[in-house]
Design a protein around this ligand. Structure first.
Ligand SMILES: O=P(O)(O)O[C@H]1O[C@H](CO)[C@@H](O)[C@H]1O
Ligand SMILES: Nc1nc2[nH]cnc2c(=O)[nH]1
Length: 291
């Protein structure tokens, strides 16, 4: 593998680095999945449903970063869901862990090189829309890339056209058919009451938002806030993948000055675990409809 970042005119991993990592991952399985799933904080229950599992630890892949956050275990899982080959990431990378933005989403390029065409992303998020409740699911219809708007877009740096175009349109990032199908699946399962569709805003973290910040995020038109997903979705689209995202609302953010409620990561994990089984069932049904 080429030395990572040895050429300072290149920000990030070269095309050859990514191909080498994908070859390393592919050595572990004869499956050739076209569906990739990134599990959000505490949301890797779906991995339990994967049959014929092969696990590939991130630290066994030369040059691959490791996840450092509780609730993100740090490996790929190959296997089948309802007979369909899938590749799961149990553990994502976050900007606040200290990784530069281009590194946060590099696993999506590895997934693309492995053959993934449809990327399903989950996350835990704080509810900003006052109509939402803890435990609701929000299908992401659009996002606000707050780091991107302030100069930390995931695509900053020299662009290799083999990854995708220099300039990327990000309207329509979240595939309309997939969104509709997920909503239908959830409604058929009798859970129409907990499913919403809304706008996800990414903040850098790791601080949860102050009350004044929450007001700004709401003014921007966001329905849920979190610290991930957007770089992955943008790189997914840059790689011509179909992208779908869903947020589990793990807490309602504090709208009132002087509120005593202060969310913790353990609160987030608790709600994620409470919803794990239901989300697993939803994904089992949903993947049946993905080509
Ligand atoms: O976005 P995921 O990885 O699901 O995790 C969310 O939960 C963590 C905070 O508890 C943050 O990392 C936030 O982004
Ligand atoms: N309030 C809040 N809750 C979350 N749950 C998961 N991520 C977040 C976040 O960024 N803010």
């Amino acid at each position: 593998m080429a030395a990572i970042n040895s050429d300072l005119s290149v920000i990030g991993y070269t095309f050859e680095d990514i191909q080498a990592m994908a070859s390393e991952v592919l050595k572990h399985s004869t499956l050739r999945p076209k569906i990739g799933i990134i599990c959000g904080t505490g949301l890797d229950g779906i991995a339990e449903a994967v049959e014929n599992q092969t696990v590939v630890s991130y630290d066994s892949i030369p040059g691959f970063p490791v996840s450092t956050v509780k609730g993100h275990s740090g490996h790929f899982v190959f296997g089948t869901l309802q007979g369909k080959a899938v590749l799961l990431m149990r553990g994502r990378l976050h900007y606040y862990e200290g990784y530069p933005m281009w590194k946060v989403a590099m696993p999506v390029r590895v997934m693309k090189a492995v053959g993934i065409e449809t990327l399903l992303v989950t996350n835990a998020a704080g509810g900003l829309n006052p109509d939402y409740k803890t435990g609701d699911l929000m299908v992401i219809k659009d996002h606000i890339d707050l780091p991107g708007l302030t100069g930390e877009c995931v695509l900053i740096g020299k662009n290799d056209e083999r990854f995708g175009p220099r300039f990327l349109a990000t309207n329509g990032t979240y595939d309309k058919d997939l969104r509709q199908k997920f909503m239908e699946v959830v409604a058929e399962m009798g859970h129409a009451d907990i499913i919403k569709e809304g706008v996800y805003i990414m903040i850098g973290g790791p601080t949860f938002s102050s009350t004044a910040e929450v007001r700004v995020l709401r003014m921007f038109g966001a329905d849920a806030v979190g610290m991930s997903t957007v770089p992955e979705a943008v790189v997914g689209r840059h790689s011509s993948m179909r992208v779908f995202g869903v947020s589990l609302i793990t807490d309602m953010v504090d709208f009132e000055d002087g509120s005593q409620f202060q969310v913790t990561h353990d609160d987030v994990l608790k709600v994620a675990h409470q919803r794990a089984q239901l989300m697993k069932k939803m994904f089992l049904k949903f993947v049946q409809f993905i080509d």
